[in-house]
Design a protein. Structure first.
Lengths: 84, 158
């Protein structure tokens, strides 16, 4: 199982702040997971298959689409950050 | 005191600065950056600002930035305090305070920390204007400010 978190505008658009998932068959990276999520259609497709900038993290560290997933991972997807 | 704090409560800039400096007679310079909530953005009046963050990652990201600043410059102390939750115009959002024996190190480290915080720490701002609520969009100028500190960009050298 992995835990997937969504923040800020993504959380609002997707209507979820987190979910627990089995790693989908054939998915091994964060980019693969994003592509799998896009297949849910609607806002998922807009967020994960659109051309907007998406940031991601694995186990609370900045990551990118090539980062490998592992069982028990905490994955997060979020828009560009705007703190400070 | 923790070098990095994320909190909903307001903080006292003067008290934070004094706590960082006090008790260290080696301190010769202290530089601070304080970011305040302003009452306008993109031509609209902003009534409140709500800051969301990613608990756990936020603290790790800030600690990594502070650690990198300590590796690049000769510092005596550093403190980062960032508010989350709802803020009103005029309230401090973020404090970065740095002490060192001499001013140059402290000035550079302070600017580095706020530049990195703006592009790497997972905070998001939502503002309420008379027209409704909207998420604040990231600025390309913040990306450029961060890029100045990368190796080979000139500013990265001491």
């Amino acid at each position: 199982m992995i835990e997937v978190l969504y923040f800020a505008s993504l959380r609002e658009r997707l209507g979820h702040d987190r979910e627990a998932l089995e790693i989908p068959p054939g998915v091994s990276t964060l980019g693969g997971l994003a592509a799998w999520l896009a297949h849910r259609g609607g806002p998922w497709e807009e967020v994960f298959a659109g051309d907007e900038t998406l940031m991601m993290a694995l186990d609370q560290e900045a990551a990118d689409p090539a980062t490998d997933l592992h069982d028990g991972a905490e994955v997060a997807f979020f828009p560009p950050v705007t703190g400070g | 005191m923790q070098p990095v704090r994320v909190q909903t409560e307001a903080f006292d800039v003067a008290a934070e600065i004094e706590a960082l400096r006090a008790g260290d007679p080696h301190v010769g310079g202290l530089v601070t950056f304080v970011g305040y909530m302003r009452d306008f953005n993109q031509g609209d009046r902003v009534e409140t600002l709500t800051l969301e963050h990613y608990p756990g990652m936020t603290e790790k990201a800030l600690e990594a930035i502070v650690t990198e600043a300590g590796a690049r410059w000769d510092l005596l102390g550093i403190r980062v305090v960032h508010r989350v939750g709802e803020l009103r115009p005029g309230e401090p959002i973020v404090l970065v305070a740095v002490t060192s024996a001499h001013r140059g190190e402290a000035f550079r480290a302070c600017e580095f920390v706020i530049d990195y915080l703006k592009t790497r720490a997972p905070f998001w701002k939502k503002e309420r204007t008379p027209q409704g609520e909207r998420w604040v969009e990231a600025r390309s100028s913040d990306q450029r400010a961060e890029a100045r500190w990368r190796p080979g960009s000139g500013k990265a050298t001491r």
